[in-house]
Design a protein around this ligand. Structure first.
Ligand code: SF4
Length: 200
């Protein structure tokens, strides 16, 4: 559930807070914190697990091998970068890319909640098991992928983390199909909004 939006908050302010954040032990090992990237007007928010080596080096999300896979599949699905905001459950790289620990997820969560409260995305696209379990309490992304789940008035779309493709190329076509389905969902919403406006 998104936090109540503070009236003077902004994506820039959140990014500055994240870059100076000392709230968990990942602050001691990061090179750069990675707040996330995208427009305030984004219709889709992609939420992964944590920054990796390239992201830590550059301070930007999804710029390594997994990011290139995501970019390519977004393009194939006809989703513009300007339609999306990309971030992670934790904003600093865990050593050796280990899964973020519960206390790290808890410490970092307010930044994500503030981003969600500001952007108000039509759909939050959950990438992989860590984000699925942390945001919705789910366990198997394989069993749930390609589905829309609604919680507290917020739509979530579930799919694999693009990094999974690096280890199992067989998942590529499933991720590609899921992102096309997500694009259709957004287009459907836009069309029904346009039709409604015709009558107002
Ligand atoms: S992971 Fe989040 S809570 Fe931990 S230091 Fe980085 S920004 Fe702060």
């Amino acid at each position: 559930m998104a936090a109540a939006q503070k009236h003077d908050d902004s994506l820039e302010k959140i990014a500055a807070d994240v870059r100076g954040c000392p709230l968990c032990k990942l602050a001691q090992t990061r090179k750069n914190a990675v707040p996330g990237e995208g427009q305030l007007s984004a219709k889709i928010m992609f939420i992964g697990e944590a920054p990796g080596h390239s992201e830590d080096k550059e301070g930007r999300p999804f710029v390594g091998a997994a990011g290139r896979i995501l970019d390519d599949l977004l393009k194939k699905a006809g989703i513009e970068r300007s339609q999306v905001f990309i971030t992670n459950m934790v904003k600093c790289r865990p050593p050796n890319n280990r899964v973020p620990k519960e206390d790290e997820l808890t410490a970092c969560r307010p930044y994500l909640d503030r981003q969600i409260a500001l952007i108000k995305p039509k759909v939050i696209c959950i990438l992989g098991r860590t984000a699925y379990s942390s945001l919705l309490g789910g366990s198997s992304i394989t069993a749930s992928r390609g589905k829309i789940v609604e919680r507290a008035g917020q739509k979530y779309f579930l799919t694999f983390h693009p990094a999974a493709i690096i280890y199992n190329k067989g998942l590529l076509s499933a991720l590609e199909a899921d992102l096309k389905k997500l694009a259709e969902e957004i287009n459907k919403e836009e069309e029904s909004k346009a039709s409604l406006e015709d009558y107002l």
